[in-house]
Design a protein around this ligand. Structure first.
Ligand SMILES: Nc1ncnc2c1ncn2[C@@H]1O[C@H](COP(=O)(O)OP(=O)(O)OP(=O)(O)O)[C@@H](O)[C@H]1O
Length: 557
């Protein structure tokens, strides 16, 4: 038992050198049996006592021989019609050729995978029409990108409008058939099997699908059509197979076989259902026995006559068949050339991409030194993080300095507490913010906490700045200001004879003593504006009152 799926024609490997028609599909004594549980047939009393069927409620497994030893060879360029009454086995033959049903006996050989329009579409009712299109195209060998690119076109052909987004189980049978046809006819096939059941939908859609079928047929290597319309078969086929009760009883030129078939249908017999029980029709076009030997084709031996036995080969040389054969071969050559070109282009593109990548990599490694990987730090070579320096306090011992004159020089004691510093510097200026830039005392030891610095009385105020720096070069600064106090210059007042004051003399109020300004620790501000020195309050001279001596009567000033 063999099926078409694993028995492609061996001749596909060897190119035919001659113009002789190549076999596209060979059916060699094909038998197909369906096994069904049947019930309802009345049993006799004896049967009901003895048969196992009675234990299964009257159901019995029965074998239906749908095909019985069908043999034929179809060649490149042919268009073959298949006729027969209802239930004769036409659809079963097509299903067997596509591999949907394995033959119980015999074998089917095919040069390419036969495609049955409309029936073999593996669609899922729960999916939307759109997703079924993708699925169907993928099953037919399209790449995901190709399938995505064709979805809209196929949906348009099916004319399902917004229903294309609905689950397929909600479609009417006509809508489903349209979708199946639109999917299956989206690709040109080498061996195309068309069931007349495809002629679905309204008149307009049927005309459209027939046009599409004609296009597909023109590009196919072999077309086989099942139809009850003898008129359309006469228009499209050069050869017709007549299947009767699972047997191939006629195989020959269209006009001859159809004439015999039509004559028989006019008087098929007395029984109903397509006269299935009528006697076997007599025909002059009995098929030639095939007796197919695959090795004969593999060895490229002559294909006409002999072991292969091309039934109906007389029709294969008709002008229409020859023209279609030529078209098919040219299409095959174009496809082959296109595949080779695609492969070459893909290879070149890959090589270019690799070369470009290598050049870019080389250039970038030359242009920029390799940076250390941030994700793989070396604990041995990376220094530990250094803490930023902190100035806890910075202050002066006085807020003001009493200067005898502007030329005088004095000293101020600066004190600080600094953590995490590697170097400390002291600077002085009107508005200094970074002592390391202009130090008066630089690179002081980190453990030093105070230092006497000069104070120039030439300035009204001096801003002292301390700056601390750590090993990473992080700097912080703080400042404190000291103001100058100069002696007050008083002018000599013109002396006037004081007049005696009749009032008793009052002792002068003692001058309040101003406590010295407390030392305020200076916040680490960038700069503090100098404060104006407060002038010392001047005390007027105290004049003694004249004293009267009563003994002498004189007054002593
Ligand atoms: N799935 C099945 N299970 C059991 N028997 C089947 C099955 N399909 C078909 N048959 C039987 O096989 C025989 C051939 O049927 P088939 O459908 O191939 O005939 P057909 O020529 O295509 O008929 P029609 O012209 O009505 O489509 C019939 O007797 C039918 O009852």
């Amino acid at each position: 038992m063999a099926s078409v799926t694993d028995l492609l024609l061996p001749g596909t490997r060897a190119e035919s050198t001659a113009d002789a028609p190549r076999p596209m599909i060979v059916a060699d004594n094909v038998h197909v049996n369906y096994r069904v549980y049947a019930s309802g047939k009345r049993m006799t009393t004896r049967e009901s006592l003895t048969s196992l069927r009675s234990f299964r409620g009257g159901r019995d497994l029965q074998t239906v021989p749908a095909l019985r030893g069908v043999s034929f060879t179809a060649t490149e360029g042919e268009s073959i019609g298949v006729v027969g009454h209802n239930g004769s086995g036409k659809s079963t033959l097509f299903r067997a050729m596509t591999g949907l049903i394995p033959p119980s006996e015999g074998a089917i050989y095919a040069r390419d995978r036969p495609v049955l329009l409309g029936v073999n579409a593996a669609l899922v009712p729960e999916l939307s029409g759109e997703n079924n299109i993708r699925l169907g195209l993928l099953a037919m060998g399209f790449s995901p990108e190709e399938a995505a690119a064709r979805v809209d076109e196929i949906a348009d052909f099916a004319e399902l409008n917004d229903f294309i987004y609905h689950p397929m189980r909600t479609y009417s049978s006509g809508m489903g058939a349209r979708l199946k046809f639109a999917i299956a006819s989206a690709k040109a096939h080498s061996i195309l099997l068309i069931d007349e059941a495809l002629a679905v939908g309204d008149r307009r859609f049927r005309a459209k699908s027939e046009k599409r079928i004609n296009e597909l047929r023109d590009s196919a290597g072999l077309v086989m059509i099942v139809s009850h319309s003898t008129g359309s078969l006469k228009q499209t086929c050069e050869r017709v197979l007549w299947v009767h009760k699972g047997e191939l009883i006629a195989d020959g030129p269209t006009d001859d076989v159809i004439a015999e078939y039509v004559a028989w249908t006019k008087n098929p017999g007395s029984n109903a259902v397509g006269a299935a029980s009528a006697p076997k029709p007599q025909t002059k076009n009995a098929p030639v026995a095939v007796g197919f030997d695959p090795g004969a084709i593999a060895d490229d031996s002559p294909r006409t006559g002999g072991a292969v036995g091309l039934a109906g080969s007389s029709t294969a040389d008709e002008p229409r068949a020859v023209a279609r054969r030529e078209r098919h071969r040219r299409a095959e050559q174009r496809t082959r050339k296109r595949s080779v070109l695609l492969m070459v282009l893909s290879g070149v593109a890959v090589l270019l991409a690799v070369a470009a990548g290598a050049i870019i990599g080389t250039l970038s490694s030359v242009a920029a030194p390799a940076e250390p990987e941030p994700s793989a730090p070396s604990t041995a070579s990376t220094p530990e993080a250094v803490a930023d320096p902190v100035i806890q306090s910075f202050s002066t011992n006085v807020a003001t300095v009493e200067c005898a004159s502007e030329e005088a020089e004095a000293q101020v004691l600066l004190s600080w507490q600094i953590d995490d510093a590697e170097s400390v510097a002291i600077g002085a200026g009107d508005a200094q913010v970074d002592a390391l830039e202009l130090p008066i005392a630089a690179a002081l030891p980190a453990n030093l906490t105070d230092r006497a610095v000069p104070f120039s009385c030439a300035a009204e105020a001096v801003v002292y700045t301390v700056t601390a720096e750590n090993a990473d070069g992080v700097r912080v600064s703080a400042s404190a200001s000291v103001a100058r106090v100069l002696p007050v210059e008083t002018e000599e007042p013109d002396y006037e004879e004081p007049r005696p004051d009749p009032r008793p003399s009052q002792p002068a109020e003692p001058e309040p003593v101003t406590p010295p300004a407390p030392e305020v620790p200076v916040e680490p501000q960038p700069s503090t504006p100098p404060t104006e020195p407060t002038p010392e309050p001047t005390t007027p001279p105290i004049t003694e009152p004249p004293v009267f001596d009563p003994g002498t009567g004189a007054t002593t000033p």
